[in-house]
Write a protein that binds this ligand. Structure first.
Ligand SMILES: Nc1ccn([C@@H]2O[C@H](COP(=O)(O)OP(=O)(O)OP(=O)(O)O)[C@@H](O)[C@H]2O)c(=O)n1
Ligand SMILES: C[C@](O)(CO)[C@H](O)COP(=O)(O)O
Length: 239
């Protein structure tokens, strides 16, 4: 049986997950928002929410565009796990940017604890990474999932000038990105900046140091159509 490493947290520590699914999926160019595309017969967002519901004591906040909330309610009605954990899930309206969507989710949290922010379109996340992110966020305040770059990388100065970067110093950032709730709330009081591509950049701007934890290469963000093929292939290896 798998060890529940979350039992190492102080008794009563409140755990939250903000699953951001408030985007429009413009790069996917699909008819329905990409978070609802079926992956092995089940909407991407349902796969993702199910992963977080594996933690018994968690409160999950799903952030969606206003126009998609009733669609989510329809599709989640037939999901046994989600129906059995209805009291552990709430829905919040998204904002114009990822930063705003996260901020809206965060504003629904009114107690101390730890909060994991995860892209609704990263359905291949696993329980071990989620649990580890909570443990490290408890110890250090921040825990940001990442993997080492595998390819060679070049920094492009302009169309005729680029230079090699040292890939042993480069990591790709994923989600979950997990934080102490009050640290995160304080950091998100700031005015939004154009370089806020994730929560780590917001916390860093607020002067916090970012602890990196190991992610997984399979924890891809479904962004463009070929990502669906990759995600389906990964899921097949698990069934
Ligand atoms: N206003 C926004 C924008 C993005 N997201 C969420 O942030 C995650 C990562 O964003 P991305 O993959 O870029 O999603 P989209 O913004 O939907 O896609 P695109 O950039 O191609 O339009 C997604 O789960 C997305 O739904 C969000 O909650 N609110
Ligand atoms: C948060 C993120 O998934 C980390 O890699 C990424 O920054 C989201 O970026 P996007 O432009 O919103 O897809």
């Amino acid at each position: 049986m798998q060890e529940n490493i979350l039992s190492k947290l102080p008794f009563g520590t409140k755990l939250f997950a903000i699953i951001v699914a408030g985007g429009s999926g413009s790069r996917m160019k699909s008819e329905i928002p990409k978070q609802f595309l079926p992956l092995n017969g089940k909407p991407i967002l349902i796969h993702t929410v199910e992963k977080f519901l594996q933690i018994p004591e968690i409160q999950v906040i799903v952030v969606l565009p206003k126009s998609d909330i009733s669609y989510w309610e329809d599709i989640s009605q037939t999901n046994e796990l989600i129906q059995s954990k209805k009291d552990s899930i709430s829905i919040t309206e998204g904002g114009a940017s990822r930063f705003q969507s996260v901020k809206n989710g965060l504003s629904t949290i009114h107690s101390e604890g730890l909060v994991a922010v995860h892209d609704g379109v990263r359905p291949l996340i696993n329980l071990e990474i989620i649990q580890n992110s909570f443990i490290v966020a408890h110890e250090k305040g921040t825990a940001v999932t990442s993997v080492w770059v595998k390819d060679s990388v070049r920094f492009v100065n302009n169309s005729s000038d680029s230079e090699a970067l040292d890939r042993t110093k480069l990591k790709l950032v994923q989600t979950p990105q997990t934080f102490n709730v009050s640290l995160m709330k304080k950091a998100f009081e700031v005015q939004e900046q154009s370089f806020f591509t994730d929560c780590a950049s917001v916390l860093e701007f607020a002067g916090e140091s970012i602890s990196l934890i190991d992610g997984a290469y399979e924890n891809i963000k479904i962004t463009t159509p070929e990502d669906m093929i990759v995600a389906e292939a990964f899921l097949r290896t698990k069934s």
